[in-house]
Design a binder for this molecule. Structure first.
Ligand code: MG
Length: 303
């Protein structure tokens, strides 16, 4: 029925960082710790823990150092990757001082977006990231790259596959082990994803690609399926579908880990992640942020 499918897929859980960063309700350090602990119990191997960003810009992540210090004392610390987002050298130093072993650096496909998001052009973002990446390599810290607006930009409109490939190339030059290709506004479609994957193959091995879909227009799972059929085996998702999209009012954000797992389980693709346990983690954190989940799977359990 389907073309070749990976036997195994890696899920990068982004709930504690990407999911929580825009929540206006302040969540205590202890609750974040518990949330990550519940996620770790599910078998997830990669959980993006927090970000070392300016606290006046993203107050929700102001406890990054304290949170990471507590994570270090947990029994799962040595067996799970806990990448942290780092915007610049200052953020890197804070992360490095508390023993972060993996960082995520980020840029986008349009100057319009990077200017609004991080107040610089794409070129400038890479100039900023270069010394961070160099230091991380010296320190033996793994680096992941994030590309926002990969399939379309709220300010620049359409994004060509060629433009995306150029940004991927620049991340590869920085020495990242994986590039997360983000459909920030959830505008990508299966035919576009299919086409772009063919076009980026010349600049990156597909086992170094992770897809980061948003379900804003209901295309996320279809995009996952077409990605797997094309040889992609890593996906970002957030438990409960946590994390709105600041560029589309009322729209859903990240693809929910539960929905992703339901699809992968149905295809017989191994993930090592227990769906019921992810639901427990989502229930816990959704209550704290006082929200319902946009995840279709989650909704069937709570109706
Ligand atoms: Mg996201």
């Amino acid at each position: 029925m389907f073309k070749k499918l990976a036997n195994e897929v890696k899920i990068i859980e982004v709930g504690p960082r990407d999911g929580l960063q825009n929540e206006s309700v302040s969540i205590s350090l202890e609750d974040k710790l518990r949330y990550i602990e519940l996620l770790a119990k599910s078998g997830l191997q990669v959980i993006e823990a927090t970000s070392f960003v300016r606290t006046d810009k993203i107050p929700q992540m102001a406890d990054a150092e304290g949170l990471f210090a507590k994570l270090k004392m947990k029994d799962f610390f040595d067996r799970i990757d806990l990448p942290c987002l780092v915007p610049n050298m200052k953020g890197y130093e804070l992360a490095s001082n508390v023993g972060v072993k993996e960082i995520s650096l980020f840029s986008a496909t349009s100057d319009e977006f990077t200017k609004k998001n991080i107040n610089c052009t794409i070129d400038e973002s890479f100039q900023r990231m270069k010394p961070v990446a160099d230091q991380a390599k010296l320190d033996g810290v793994k680096i992941r790259g994030y590309i926002s607006t990969a399939f379309g930009c709220p300010y620049a409109g359409e994004v060509s596959a060629g433009k995306l490939a150029k940004v991927i190339e620049r991340f590869m030059e920085l020495g990242v082990y994986e590039v997360s290709i983000g459909d920030t506004i959830g505008i990508g479609t299966p035919s576009q994803v299919n086409e772009y994957i063919q076009d980026i193959k010349s600049v990156i091995a597909l086992d170094q690609v992770a897809m980061h879909f948003h379900d804003t227009r209901g295309m996320a799972l279809a995009n996952v399926l077409v990605s797997i059929e094309n040889g992609i085996s890593s996906f970002d998702s957030s438990s409960g579908g946590l994390g709105g999209c600041p560029y589309a009012n009322g729209a859903t954000g990240n693809i929910a880990t539960e929905d992703l797992l339901y699809l992968l389980n149905s295809l017989g693709v191994k993930t090592g992640v227990d769906l019921n346990q992810v639901v427990e983690a989502s229930k816990f954190i959704l209550e704290k942020v006082n929200k319902t989940s946009p995840s279709k799977y989650f909704q069937t359990l709570t109706k």
